[in-house]
Design a protein around this ligand. Structure first.
Ligand code: HEM
Length: 497
């Protein structure tokens, strides 16, 4: 009988390879040993906690991990992950030159060479190229567009006065989409009034759905496995349709090739540059790049600028509907700063809405759309005198956890209290206790844009309408996904003031 001998050889080979791998990784394991770690299983490590979990179950798993002090080490099979949710470690990670790379999971978005996912060398060039498109210099020129799009939103909301509870997410999404289309792409497509608005949103929702499902199915992580699934084929169909029917239309309208050609030899005399200008400049400098990459740049900007802002606005409106006294205080502030219905709201007015800003900040604390961020350590990263994250470790930054940490926000950290953002309270906290827009060099590019858009839309709504909801704060559940959502939705009624 030859096979027992073969089996013995095979087993010996496996043991030898395993021991060798463990030996080469001994330095890494020694570093990780200084961190807390929940109970683990042989070979698969902590991955069993993440097999096919629903978004709600993930929230429970995350609550479980929170019992351990940050940083926490998790092993997903052979891959170590370090989860940080204390401000000091977060500050180190977000500002380290060795933590700029994004992990494999970002590739599920299928926009590999865009700002969000690009490898570090490419990201650096793109970041420099696109930075001026959302900087303070150009922002003032966006204000009339924001106002115009808000006026259309008011007409749409008017139709729902006195009607039963309804989720206004789509209406807000279309308004922010119109704002991005005009300010960043110079496309006046009027999504709020066109049936194309809903079509584009349906496609986008299904795409986000596929990406979210893959996030929660660890076995679908390897590309070679995912390619064989039904979900892959559906995601492919959805993306192809979105690229061909939505993004192609934008790119044709923008006439990007002509713009790139026109730039040759031209010295710009314009003071401000919007996104299409910056992108054309970038494309001109790069030489020919695949058409799908150009489309992806547009797709990513829509995702980054539209979904995030609209989801946050909806959450703020829900918080206001749930807390009538806070809503009244915001209304009085708006009424004092820009009292006349449909009156133009200037950038200066927006900066005077300080209490509304506290309310938005508190909402983003409890419901940060980017509930966790992820990076890869490309070199050893020293967190403090005791702990170092070894090279090649995936790092997860727990925004949601730190935003609700009672050690930072007090015993009522899960309650809604805009006073958390009174200047004195802010001054007492570590600056990295609050990171809704991330932080460090790879932070969000659009906070100024987002603030202007959010406060203008909310001020327009509050000036004209009173919001109510039957939902109670204690009933709220969050669902993790590509973006964090309030699982209950945001049902509200509106009445005229
Ligand atoms: C409330 C609204 C917003 C929130 C909460 C938000 C949050 C974030 C966060 C947390 C990141 C980092 C993601 C990561 O590292 O995985 C990010 C990245 C980014 N955001 Fe925003 N964002 C918002 C609005 C906007 C807007 C309006 C724009 C542009 C118009 C924008 C453009 C970007 C871009 C381009 C990146 C990628 C930056 C890079 O990797 O260099 N965001 N955003």
């Amino acid at each position: 009988m030859w096979w027992p001998l073969l089996l013995a050889y095979l087993l010996a080979a496996v043991v030898l390879i395993y021991s060798y791998v463990q030996w080469t990784r001994r330095k890494m394991y020694a570093m990780l040993a200084s961190m807390s770690s929940p109970k683990t299983l042989p070979v698969i490590g902590h991955a069993y906690k993440f097999f096919n979990v629903s978004p709600e179950a993930l929230a429970k798993t995350i609550r479980y991990f929170r019992r351990f002090p940050s940083p926490v080490c998790l092993h997903m099979g052979p891959l170590p992950h370090v989860v940080v949710f204390d401000p000091e470690s977060i500050q180190v990670v977000l500002n380290s030159q060795h933590c700029l790379q994004k992990p494999h999971q970002y590739s599920f978005l299928w926009i590999p060479r865009t700002l969000m996912c690009a490898p570090v060398h490419m990201w650096k060039t793109q970041r420099k190229a696109f930075n001026p498109a959302f900087g303070p210099a150009i922002l003032g020129s966006f204000v009339p567009v924001f106002n115009e799009k808000c006026a259309i939103l008011m007409e749409i909301l008017e139709q729902h006065v006195g009607k039963p509870q309804r989720d206004f997410t789509r209406d807000i999404l279309k308004c922010t989409l119109d704002q991005i289309y005009v300010t960043a792409f110079e496309c006046e497509f009027n999504m709020q009034l066109s049936p194309d608005g809903d079509k584009s949103m349906d496609l986008f929702e299904s795409y986000v759905g596929f990406v979210t499902k893959r996030f929660f199915s660890v076995w679908k992580y390897p590309d070679f496995i995912y390619r064989w699934t039904k979900a892959y084929r559906k995601q492919m169909l959805c993306c192809t349709t979105y690229f061909n029917e939505v993004l192609e239309k934008i790119v044709r309208h923008v006439d990007i090739d002509r713009r790139v050609n026109d730039l040759c030899g031209e010295q710009s005399v314009e003071k401000y540059h919007n996104f299409v200008y910056c992108l054309s400049k970038y494309l001109q400098a790069q030489g020919p790049i695949p058409r799908e990459d150009i489309l992806a740049h547009f797709g990513f900007m829509i995702f980054a600028g539209n979904e995030t802002t609209a989801k946050t606005i909806n959450a703020v409106l829900l918080m206001l509907a749930m807390h009538p006294e806070i809503q009244e205080r915001c209304f009085l502030e708006v009424a004092a700063v820009c009292p006349i219905e449909n009156q133009y709201i200037s950038a200066e007015d927006v900066s005077n809405l300080t209490y509304l800003e506290m309310v938005c900040k508190e909402t983003m604390r409890l419901f940060p759309v980017a509930a966790m961020l992820a990076r890869v350590a490309t070199s050893d990263v020293k967190l403090n005198d005791r702990q170092t994250i070894p090279a090649n470790t995936r790092i997860i930054i727990g925004t949601y956890q730190i935003h609700r940490d009672p050690k930072i926000w007090g015993p009522n950290s899960n309650r809604f209290d805009p006073d958390h953002f009174l200047p004195d309270n802010v001054a007492k906290r570590h600056p990295y206790s609050y990171i809704p827009f991330s932080g460090g060099p790879r932070n969000c590019l659009g906070p100024r844009f987002a603030w202007l858009s959010m406060k203008t839309i909310i001020a327009f709504i509050l000036r004209q309408y009173r919001l109510n909801t039957s939902l109670k704060f204690d009933q709220l559940k969050v669902a993790y996904g590509v973006l964090l959502t309030i699982a209950n939705g945001c049902p509200m009624t509106i009445e005229k003031r």
